[in-house]
Design a binder for this molecule. Structure first.
Ligand code: NAP
Ligand code: ZN
Ligand code: ZN
Length: 347
């Protein structure tokens, strides 16, 4: 086993603090990654605190990982020592079900193996995430990072980037479409950049008046306060799509009403308590809600290549590992610009 330095929680109420954990030895198909940066996703907070049901403790969060390959197994062909590699939200899946065979491993019939808060396929060895100095992973579930610099801004693409890219592509968002992005946090700011890059007209719907100038800089054409009832009234039946990234429980009716006939809400935010909506709100205009979870390995690589080509990265605040508990509190207060990323040299 390989001992690693890690930070995590030991129960739902504990701070994120140093932990002693081990990873498996580097297998024939594995790469060993020296982690450079790891993003802080709101899902890390939901899971560290068991907000989605009981998590496995100790828990080492972190699934927006970029690092350098420092060792490879004897059968590895995709990577060599020195390559920059990425790890996202899952590290394995059954590999044989229809979803796995069609490149949608995240929807595996036998459940993807989460980068943390899960067990490897043996069912007994726990997975630990990227708030740590080293990572061991099968090359098949490892991403090539087509960026040479500013790698701290690239790490968030591994979750926030793919989680917004995948539904935008699935829905065919592009020129001529009006899309609203709901919630300007980690996912929301990537959604604005990506939807604008795909040619759509983007409106930011936010609860935070202070974020207007930033939203425009990120590429939003319009900014509307989602608490402004009059402004929302004027936008009824207006959008082709709404990408909903909100991390807290909310009434979706007021936003679903902003969709045109056959408009679609692309739902990615996962509040601890279920949102509410009325059947009539959907039925009266044949609107629909499409849930979407991250993306498969091939699509994640496609997204990374797309972002490299377009020069799209994340806007980040780099923090030391010791600042993680303060960062969690700021994320919860919607006070992040727009993703915290841990510099793993500080662990
Ligand atoms: P985040 O950085 O905290 O952003 C969420 C944003 O939602 C906030 O910045 C805030 O934006 C808005 N918001 C917060 N509370 C709100 C409330 N009560 N009412 C209305 N708006 C509110 O979180 P994130 O990392 O982007 O993640 C967002 C959600 O997506 C989380 O639930 C996360 O677990 C989930 N997620 C899902 C997937 C997936 O595969 N589907 C992947 C990753 C994350 P404003 O200040 O602009 O209002
Ligand atoms: Zn995430
Ligand atoms: Zn499968």
């Amino acid at each position: 086993m390989i001992p690693i330095k890690a930070f995590g929680a030991i129960n739902p109420n504990s701070d994120i603090a140093p932990l002693n954990v081990v990873r498996r030895e580097v297998g024939t198909h594995d790469v060993l990654i020296d982690i450079l940066y790891c993003g802080v996703c709101h899902s890390d907070i939901h899971m560290a605190r068991s907000e989605w049901g009981p998590s496995l403790y100790p828990i080492v969060p972190g699934h927006e990982i970029v690092g350098k390959v420092i060792q490879i197994g004897s059968h590895v062909t995709k990577f060599k020592e020195g390559d920059i590699a990425g790890v996202g939200v899952f590290v394995d899946s059954c590999r044989t079900c229809p979803s796995c065979r069609s490149g949608m491993e995240q929807y595996c019939d036998e459940e993807m193996t989460g980068t943390y808060n899960g067990y490897y396929r043996d069912g007994v060895t726990p997975t630990y995430g990227g708030y740590s100095d080293k990572f061991v992973i099968d090359e098949k579930y490892t991403l090539h990072i087509p960026f040479e610099k500013d790698l701290e801004k690239v790490a968030p693409l591994l979750c926030a980037g793919i989680t917004t890219y995948s539904p935008l592509r699935y829905a065919g968002v592009g020129p001529g479409h009006k899309i609203a992005v709901l919630g300007l946090g980690g996912l929301g700011h990537m959604a604005v950049k990506l939807a604008a890059s795909m040619g759509a007209e983007v409106t930011m719907l936010s609860t935070s008046p202070s974020k207007e100038a930033d939203a425009k800089k990120l590429g939003a054409h319009h900014f509307v306060l989602s608490t402004d009832k009059k402004a929302l009234k004027g936008l009824e039946n207006h959008f082709d799509f709404i990408l909903n990234t909100v991390a807290a429980k909310h009434d979706m009716n007021k936003f679903l009403n902003l969709l045109k006939v056959e408009g679609k809400m692309l739902l990615v935010g996962i509040p601890p308590e279920d949102n509410t909506f009325g059947a009539a709100t959907l039925i009266s205009k044949r609107r629909s809600i499409i849930g979407s979870m991250i993306g498969g390995i091939a699509e994640t690589q496609e997204m990374l290549n797309y972002c490299a080509e377009k020069g799209i990265t994340s806007d980040v605040e780099v923090i030391a590992m010791s600042d993680i508990n303060k960062a969690f509190e700021r994320v919860i207060k919607s006070d992040v610009k727009y993703r915290f990323v841990i510099d793993m040299k500080t662990i």
